[in-house]
Design a protein around this ligand. Structure first.
Ligand code: AMP
Ligand code: ZN
Length: 664
């Protein structure tokens, strides 16, 4: 048989099974059979590269890398929604509608999915592109990442319009979110705070195979375009479902505001039975003709209204306050509560933020407190029911000493939190730092998990991360849950980490405020740990995007003899302490040795791309004009003070065109 036909047949089959599984929730073949078909298709596609199709089911696994997300102008603007919080608000809205349109008005009620909005464009039944909302007029092209989301059809079925946009919300179901956090905790990484931010953050990951690993979904709610042959919102939802989209079936057509209220009440109490989070209900005038008559305000359609649920609150007794010590020594007060049902879960603990918050709300043990769950997973105490305060109640005195090591706490100026300064031997700090060091985005040591680190510290085998490199198999085999094989893997994993790039080593060191992005910046700018450790405060703040807080923290880190010794040991063990020049693929070196400051708004290129261009050509981006600045690239609307400063110091000013000519 013709190979292209075989491939097409497999693709069509897999599409049907995908739809059955992810949209209808009713698979007709086993996962194994599905995988076999997918493998077969992958093999055939690899053998016949000329038959590549970016919308093939094989593209779901990702692999494409996006360095910079391209900005795209939406064909149809993505509006926001007006908000309402009460029946009264909705009655007012209804009255406004009846002033503008004649006859009966029916409403489609939908859930307000809490995620990141997305606009998908389809042409001839194929996914053409996927763009984030951005500012509503233009957003980022995230197509490569979006293709990996299994509930988004890459090819449509049925009778679809030639070209249209469809809007939806990218969400992370609660179960998937919990699973991701479980894995992160096992890796010694900070858990994500809420499903919404995790979903929207996922869209901007550079590596689409990372996106493919996250169980994201896309729930659709709006079709936009010309000549769609659709007459109502409710109708458009059914059509979208027929074309293969995931459109939740709970949407309801209501003939009156009273029916709308019923829908709202129902979902306000039942929302925790849903597999994903919602933060309200969206009510839309059903008839598209009426929608057209109503039109838009500057920011939102007049024909739609969001109804936001109130953050849920309960009151319960505060049994005790405990204090947690984090990896950087930061102290977090925690309220231990009499267990109480809230927002679909049983809450036993809540965050109290810091000493000021406790004092401000005058929170005391044995108080009855109000607890609220907003967008965050961890509920917070928002106040005290003073009427119920016991007579013998005593004011809370914030701890003065570390609950783990007894050291007196400090509170740096301008900060709300207390810290335990005993970095060297406070147990949670010691363990936390090593856990951070081995975590996936840092040294990514295979075969070593957060719990094993805690055990190694407890057994006295290591007390800082450089000790890892002296561990032997014989030392770890006797540990709980270790065997010869796992011990071998652990040691091999540690050995392997010696080839991890300098920027990740720098992140792994755990310098306060030096996260992944900052570590990258610093590594690229200074190129080696020696250069970085020699940099002073002024020098550091002159690096693009490095502020005073980060600079101070870096200076302090390298001022401590213990840290210098740690680094010297890591060097000795052979870790990467400088940028490997071969790794940095420069476009050219024409800007080598130059520090260039960028200011203003540019026409043919974004500011960030311009900065990247400087770095890719061997130059450095400076944050402010100084005598070390080689020249200034000025766009429109540059501040007059910058210009004056440049002129005063005799720093040349180049226009966008002039600069681009130099690069060419
Ligand atoms: P806001 O961000 O509060 O302005 O609310 C508007 C956003 O709600 C839209 O951009 C959508 O991303 C989101 N949304 C969630 N569910 C729906 C829905 N069923 N219909 C319309 N918009 C929705
Ligand atoms: Zn301590």
């Amino acid at each position: 048989m013709d190979i292209s036909k075989t491939i097409e047949k497999l693709r069509a089959d897999l599409r049907v099974h995908n739809h059955n599984y992810y949209i209808l929730d009713a698979p007709t073949i086993s996962d194994f059979e599905f995988d076999m078909k997918l493998k077969e298709l992958q093999k055939l596609e690899a053998e016949n590269p000329e038959l590549f199709d970016s919308n093939s089911p094989t593209q779901r696994v990702g692999g494409g890398i996006t360095k910079n997300f391209e900005t795209v102008v939406h064909d149809y603007r993505m509006y926001s929604l007006d908000n309402s919080y009460s029946q009264e608000d909705l009655r007012d809205w209804e009255a406004r509608i009846h002033k503008m349109v004649d006859g009966n008005v029916a409403y489609t009620c939908e859930l307000k999915y809490d995620g990141a909005s997305m606009s998908l464009t389809y042409e001839n039944g194929q996914l053409l592109r996927a763009v984030t909302r951005g500012d509503g007029v233009q957003g980022d092209d995230v197509t490569t990442n979006i293709r990996t989301i299994k509930s988004i059809p890459l090819k449509l079925k049925g009778d679809f319009p030639e070209r249209f946009d469809i809007r939806g919300e990218i969400i992370l179901p609660i179960e998937g979110f919990n699973q991701i956090n479980k894995e992160r905790l096992a890796q010694g990484e900070e858990p994500y705070r809420n499903p919404r931010n995790t979903a929207s953050g996922s869209l901007k990951l550079q590596d689409s195979s990372e996106v493919a690993k996250r169980p994201l979904e896309c729930l659709l709610y709006g079709v936009t375009g010309n000549n769609l042959g659709i007459e109502s919102q409710y109708d458009s939802l059914s059509k979208a479902r027929e074309w293969g989209f995931k459109v939740p079936k709970v949407a309801k057509l209501c003939q009156s505001m009273d029916e709308v209220f019923e829908f709202i009440d129902h979902w306000d109490t039942h929302r925790h039975e849903l597999p994903y989070e919602i933060d309200g209900v969206v009510i839309k005038v059903n008839s598209l003709n009426q929608q057209e008559e109503l039109g838009y305000t500057a920011k939102a359609p007049r024909w739609a209204m969001a109804y936001k649920f109130k953050a849920e609150q309960v009151s319960t007794k505060l049994n005790s306050i405990t204090y947690q010590v984090g990896r950087t020594g930061v102290i977090t007060p925690v309220a231990n509560l009499e267990p109480v049902a809230l927002a679909g879960t049983v809450v036993k603990r809540a965050s109290l933020h810091n000493a000021d918050q406790i004092a401000k709300l005058d929170i005391r043990v044995n108080d009855t407190v109000f607890v609220e769950k907003g967008g965050e997973i961890i509920p917070k105490v928002i106040g005290v029911d003073m009427v119920k305060r016991p007579l013998d109640s005593v004011e809370t005195r914030y701890i003065t000493h570390c609950p783990e090591c007894g050291t007196e706490l400090i509170r740096p100026e301008g900060e709300a939190k207390h810290y335990c300064p005993n970095e060297a031997s406070c147990p949670p700090q010691v363990v936390g730092r090593i856990q951070h060091f081995i975590s996936r985005k840092a040294m990514d040591i295979e075969g070593l998990g957060g719990e094993t680190v805690a055990l190694l510290v407890k057994e006295g085998l290591i007390s800082n991360y450089s000790d890892l490199y002296e561990l032997t198999e014989a030392q770890v085999i006797p540990l709980e849950r270790m065997a010869e094989k796992s011990a071998q893997n652990l040691i091999a994993g540690i050995e392997l980490s010696k080839s991890i790039s300098f920027e990740r080593v720098l992140y792994a060191l755990g310098i306060r405020y030096v996260g992944e992005t900052v570590a990258k910046k610093l590594a690229r700018h200074y190129k080696s740990i020696d250069a970085l450790s020699g940099a002073n405060f002024i020098d550091l703040t002159s690096v693009d995007d490095i502020g005073e807080r980060i600079a101070a923290s870096v200076v302090e880190f390298f001022s401590l003899p213990d840290n210098i010794e740690l680094i010297n040991r890591l060097k000795l063990f052979g870790l990467q302490m400088a940028v490997n020049e071969e790794d940095v693929q420069l476009q050219s070196e024409i800007l080598k040795g130059q520090t260039i400051v960028v200011s203003g708004v540019f026409e043919s290129i974004t500011r960030n791309d311009l900065k990247k261009l400087i770095e890719d050509n061997g130059g450095k981006v400076g944050s402010s004009i100084s005598s070390k600045t080689s020249y200034l690239v000025a766009g429109a609307n540059m501040g007059p003070s910058k210009r004056q400063k440049a002129e005063k110091l005799g720093i040349p000013i180049r226009s966008e065109e002039e600069f681009l000519l130099i690069i060419k």
